[in-house]
Design a protein around this ligand. Structure first.
Ligand code: NAD
Length: 327
């Protein structure tokens, strides 16, 4: 089995690749992995082993047709994590989001089709559904993205659908809730707050902190991706939830306790433009069809994450450029 993983130097993609290389997925113990990653500010070569006989690292862009046509032959499957992923950046400048998330996904799908890749999994997000006051989204829910990031992901999901319906490409989509775990860039809420609190600094909480997110441990998400890769149906979408809903204020309070910080370190700031109030997934499809169930209890997983950031200041204190050059 030869896998090509895009965005494999990022937060979730690297967790997936490390697990494959550690023999964590039954039947894939001998799989070889090509990681294709542009090493943007969010990618970190140090998230992956420097050398591993089953790993081939290629620094490159998913928008590069020639590179894809050269790399893809010989690969049995592609897992597509590469994306611009930070909502705030998409509000400030959406152009890179359209390029990588929309054009990059289309370029990859086309290259997979032309080189005969047999199986593709596209990693998407619950944010494509918009915001939901009560209840939970099923996969049938209309797409109603609110941020430029979510709109670019929704666009890529529609391209996936079109390649499955038009060309019969064997591709499935996962739509997961908010991930947390180690190796996440400190621009995102949990690592931002942990790293600031550990340095004794204040943390900026948007609005009144009442926005609700459903938290999913990255290892549970990756296990779901593997289930979809191996047993998911072509052309289908699978929601992947974590089952633990918390307001941002509740997450902040947990982090204050875990970091030994004081409530005075929380600073309320002007809300994000168009900030979605609540995300919630109905993931009974993947549970019933593929036997998925999240395993990591949120408070336990969160404590491990805080311990990891506490033990690895070199990882989060190095500027991206240095981390890239050091790779
Ligand atoms: P990340 O920002 O940590 O990593 C993205 C990776 O993609 C980086 O390594 C980056 O260098 C690479 N990349 C960016 N542009 C590229 C390009 N043009 N060509 C090749 N590589 C490129 O993101 P993440 O949090 O690991 O998210 C992975 C996927 O999961 C994304 O598709 C994201 O939309 C989705 N997702 C993430 C979350 C979450 O909570 N983090 C939730 C739902 C969905």
């Amino acid at each position: 089995m030869r896998l090509l993983v895009t965005g494999g130097a990022g937060f979730i993609g690297s967790a997936y690749v490390r697990t494959v290389l550690a023999g964590g997925y039954a039947g894939y113990e001998d799989a070889s992995v090509t990681v294709l990653d542009k090493l943007t500010y969010a990618g970190n070569r140090a998230n992956l082993p420097e050398r591993h006989e089953q790993l081939d690292f290629v620094e490159g862009d998913v928008c590069d047709t020639d590179l894809l046509r050269q790399l893809l032959p010989g690969h049995d499957a592609v897992v597509h994590f590469a994306a611009e992923s930070h909502v705030d950046r998409s509000i400030a400048d959406p152009s890179a989001f359209v390029r990588t998330n929309v054009v990059g996904t289309q370029t990859l799908l086309e290259a997979c089709l032309r080189t005969g890749v047999e199986r593709v999994v596209h990693i998407s997000t619950d944010e494509v559904y918009g915001s939901i006051a009560s209840g939970a989204w099923t996969e049938e829910w209309p797409l109603a993205p609110n941020s430029p990031y979510a709109a670019s992901k929704a666009s890529s999901d529609l391209l996936v659908r079109a390649y499955a319906r038009t060309h019969g490409l064997d591709v499935s989509v996962t739509r997961c809730s908010n991930n947390y775990g180690t190796h996440q860039h400190p621009e995102k809420l949990i690592p931002l707050f942990v790293t600031r609190l550990l340095r004794g600094e204040t943390v900026p909480l948007y609005g009144d902190g009442s926005n609700v997110r459903e938290w999913l441990h990255v290892s549970d998400h990756c296990a779901a991706v593997q289930l979809v890769l191996t047993r998911g149906r072509a052309g289908e979408v699978y929601n992947v939830g974590g089952g633990t809903e918390h307001t941002n204020r509740q997450v902040t309070d947990l982090l204050l306790r875990l970091c030994g910080a004081s409530p005075g370190q929380v600073r309320y700031v002007t809300d994000r433009k168009g900030h979605d109030l609540r995300y919630a997934l109905d993931d009974s499809k993947i549970r019933d069809e593929l036997g998925y169930a999240p395993r990591v209890p949120f408070e336990e997983g969160l404590a491990d994450v805080v311990d990891w950031y506490r033990a690895n200041p070199d990882w989060w204190q190095a500027p991206s450029a240095v981390r890239k050059a050091a790779a």
